[in-house]
Design a protein around this ligand. Structure first.
Ligand SMILES: Cc1cc2nc3c(=O)[nH]c(=O)nc-3n(C[C@H](O)[C@H](O)[C@H](O)COP(=O)(O)OP(=O)(O)OC[C@H]3O[C@@H](n4cnc5c(N)ncnc54)[C@H](O)[C@@H]3O)c2cc1C
Length: 414
């Protein structure tokens, strides 16, 4: 595939953009692949990319029932950070964040990574203690974060109201190299790179069954016919439980709708990401000027991709008290995604009871930030049978009681 460059942009500008190639092919499925990935979200595509790039496995198909990036990958609020508490989490999220730093160059595709900094506000004494503890843990893990004063918060976010009507701002956990990236571009960049390596990305191809010979996977049934494979990666976020059932095992996972909304575009007013976990709302400003606002997850299991109405009200209330100026903004759009939640709020990257079947799920409300690291670890697991970054996230940890408890950090884990 022709590389993007300043020269290519100038050339295409001169000839009315008539020479750009399609970013990925739309092939018909082959009869057999060395590896099939179900789900063309960020995690599935990143897994395929690293199978090819790091392990030389390129006879790979990524099967997607809708359009690529149309799941949670294209529905999230794009926050990237790695200030988690537990060591295995910090390791994989920091690996992902560091890969984001050079992802545009690695993929030759502008994913618009913007390390603008993320503040998690501390609005209760409990949160102050919790974030001080996280900052100390991060120092030991090599993750650069610091606990900052309310005055420093105000310097970084002039539009913030420190004296909230319910909870004053007592400080914040600040990660300066955290930030955002363009979510679709991440999916498109990986897809283009995978297609360039000869992999088949097959959209509108729903996997309806998983074929086994005894305890070993042999292939999948799809709406485009049966396809054989040696290895299968299930990377379907909110549909992980459904797909696991088809393979013949159960996952300790629940699916709920999580929602977000954006305002009309306004002039630049906030150049960092702010998360207010106690009142429950978080906000950043997109490059177009819209305020991107994240809300809460429904309190009951569902597959609606909409989210309950009362969460919009709660979210807007939380943000109006944190940033009073947004009370006069019109909201443009609201949407939801189906997130896959585990009991300890940490992901599952694991072998399964079916030989040759691997799962990558449980990223819940916060997996966009992890895409590059997750793909790296899942590919290593699929290629070699183990991965230092993934081993702690095995699904057997729930049987053994070895939880990686991020439920405090993941109160708002976006
Ligand atoms: C509103 C919202 C806000 C969020 N905000 C953030 C944030 O700020 N920061 C952050 O880090 N994370 C955030 N997240 C979480 C993040 O979006 C997800 O963790 C991440 O995108 C999951 O990626 P994925 O590739 O696993 O899943 P997805 O992108 O959902 O991809 C899974 C794909 O599998 C496909 N699929 C399902 N079943 C089948 C089948 N039978 N056959 C074929 N294909 C199938 C689906 O169509 C889908 O495209 C947010 C999520 C939501 C919903």
């Amino acid at each position: 595939m022709r590389r993007f460059s300043a020269f290519a942009i100038a050339r295409e500008a001169a000839r009315h953009h008539s020479g750009w190639e399609r970013h990925w092919r739309s092939p018909t499925p082959k009869k057999h692949y060395d590896a099939i990935i179900i789900g063309a979200g960020g995690h599935g595509l990143a897994t395929a990319y690293h199978l090819g790039k790091d392990h030389g496995i390129t006879n790979v198909a990524v099967l997607e029932k809708g359009w690529l990036g149309g799941g949670n990958t294209g529905r999230n609020t794009t926050i990237i950070r790695s200030n988690y508490l537990q060591d295995p989490s910090a390791a994989i999220y920091e690996k992902a964040r560091s890969l984001y730093e050079t992802l545009s160059q690695d993929l030759n595709y502008n994913v618009m990574y913007s390390p603008r900094g993320v503040i998690m506000l501390a609005q209760t004494e409990h949160e102050v203690r919790g974030y001080l503890r996280t900052a100390h843990a991060n120092a030991l893990q090599g993750v650069q974060t610091e606990f900052i004063s309310p005055q420093r918060v105000k310097e970084l976010v002039p539009i913030i109201n420190l004296e909230g009507p319910r909870y004053p701002v007592l400080g914040g956990l600040w990660q300066a190299r955290a930030g955002t990236a363009r979510h679709d571009a991440v999916a498109w960049g990986y897809a283009r790179a995978c297609s360039d390596m000869g992999m088949d990305i097959i959209q509108k191809c729903e996997v309806t069954g998983i074929k086994r010979d005894g305890d070993k996977v042999t292939g999948v049934e799809t709406t485009l016919g049966d396809i054989c494979c040696n290895k299968l990666g299930i990377v379907v976020a909110g549909h992980s439980g459904v797909m696991a059932e088809k393979a013949g095992f159960r996952l300790p996972i629940e699916s709920v709708a999580l929602q977000a909304l954006v305002s009309e575009p306004i002039k630049p007013c906030m150049d960092v990401v702010v998360m207010a976990n106690t009142v429950h709302g978080y906000m950043s400003q997109s490059d177009k000027g819209e305020m991107v606002i994240g809300g809460g997850a429904d309190g009951y299991n569902n597959y609606t991709q909409r989210g309950s109405f009362h969460h919009i009200e709660e979210t807007v209330r939380a943000l109006v008290e944190t940033f009073p100026m947004i009370s006069r903004l019109k909201m443009l759009r609201q949407w939801g995604g189906i997130v896959d939640m585990t009991g300890d709020r940490s992901p599952i990257i694991s072998k399964t009871p079916v030989e040759g079947v691997f799962v990558n799920c449980g990223w819940g409300t916060g997996g966009f930030k992890a895409i590059p690291g997750s793909g790296y670890a899942m590919a290593e697991l699929m290629a070699k049978g183990g991965s230092p970054l993934a081993d702690e996230f095995s699904m057997w940890r729930f049987r053994e009681g070895k939880f990686i408890d991020e439920s405090v950090a993941a109160g708002v884990a976006h």
